[in-house]
Design a protein around this ligand. Sequence first.
Ligand SMILES: [Zn+2]
Length: 222
Amino acid sequence: MTEVFDQEAKLRGKTIKFRKWKVKDKKKYLENIKNIPVSREALIYDCLEDKRIALDDEELKYMLIQIRMASLSDPIDYTFNCEKCNKDYEFAADLRDIVTMEGTNVGDIVSGDNVITFGNITNKDFYQDLFLSADTYDAKELVDFMLHIRSFNGNDGFTFEMLNEYISEMDAKSFEDIFEKWMNMRQRVNNVSAVVCPHCGHEEWYEFDALPGFFPPSWRIE
Ligand SMILES: [Zn+2]
């Protein structure tokens, strides 16, 4: 059966075509909820026209939100407690308006004698295996950093092990400088938005990351 990819999102300056979730996606997701690679397939990759595109963790987060909001047209309800007047209020969030991608993964970073060229990740499975098996937040950030490196001082013919070796041998201060510049440059999800209290007009900034009600009740297994 031909699948129709009639939804669009902007990513990396391009249009990514996708389709809404189907019954089969929900079934695959619920049956594999503990298996992260398979549940990601069900919720994200299966729905993309280009299933070979390699997405990093931030891009996966962004596409998951895009597909969720297109598929389940209901906004997500949040309950806030105003920090000024202490009253509760409801806020219906359309995450397509709130969540944006900022920064870029493509460019050079120069530090001392080192020039490192960064680009989008290219190997979906390799990235995912290393990222998921890294057991701390810092280890995940390092995997993510390394797999975005396209060339190191003009050398682009390295393996992951060779790159690991180069980085291990780097001057610690120089590495920290490059890593910090990368963290400032890199493309990431911006999910911080202003919310205004309807009782007193007080504005608060909120990070929409916990996603209560992201899936409707029938999608939950408990
Ligand atoms: Zn208030």
